[in-house]
Design a protein around this ligand. Sequence first.
Ligand SMILES: [Zn+2]
Length: 330
Amino acid sequence: MRKLIYFSLISISLCSCKAFKPSANLSDFESYFAEEKLDSIQKNAIKVTFFGTSTLLFDDGENQIIIDGFFSRPPVGKVAFGKVKSDESLIRQIIEKHSIKTLKGIFVCHSHYDHAMDAPLLSQLTGAKIYGSSSTLNLGKGEKVSETNMELFEPGKRINIGDFQITVINSKHTPPFKLLGKSNATAPNHPNIDEPLQQPAKVDHYIEGGTYDIYIECNGKRFLVKASTNYIEGALKNYPCDVFFLGTAMLGIQHNEFQENYYNETISATRAKTVIPIHWDNFMHPISKPLIALPNISDNVTAGFNFLLNKTKADNIKLQLLQGETSVVL
Ligand SMILES: [Zn+2]
């Protein structure tokens, strides 16, 4: 009997070890990671810095805008059993280290905590305006961000910030994550965050509240940021872009038909010349350390990257990867 118990315990621990291991060895994709470029921004160039998940800082040398703005990346214990809160000293360090001095807009793709939780504090520390759904604005209200520093998304309308023109596009959330056949609490299909949400808060209270893609035009260049791995048929066909920041969370565990459709509705539809995968990293791992892939329990990043590499090679499209806190000048 005792033997059986030991055997069960060993099996469970071996099994959970594998489940929580990264689902890709990033050294297999080493040649695709961009070299960090820290040169000053030349005229008409745009520097984009990646902070993991779908947090991307765009800087044209005059103004900065950010997509999402999630840095705190609370550890698994807090996410599963506790409450989460923005890490102010970390965010202050990042603002300093990355010279976030001219941030004008924070565009939140949806209101799950791994996209939206640091937007209120980032707004308060930089003065940047939060643009988002009514759910995202309720996160701002919960943290006492002034009403004048928040603006509700109006999909299809162009927003001008210096030389940046930003258009918000209706989109769809990644198919829900299922554990043992059940959707987790942060899965989509919840409605909205209907009341101001104050931190610390349970992760379950960060309800999706609608999902959006962000189209950015600046100095003759066009970028698309899709934070979630899903699409609305035909939604992007009028948004041609040069560089596509493509959400790939759980792409590797979708069936092939979904993967093909996703590629066609994003990269093919926009005739993108460069693809930069985002939201492939384990967001419970601190940003101060090199990013690691999402764990086996939730994704197969190797399969997702290999699918994209095969497709982009066949279409003669460049694929580039970014480590955390590294930049590309585009
Ligand atoms: Zn989400």
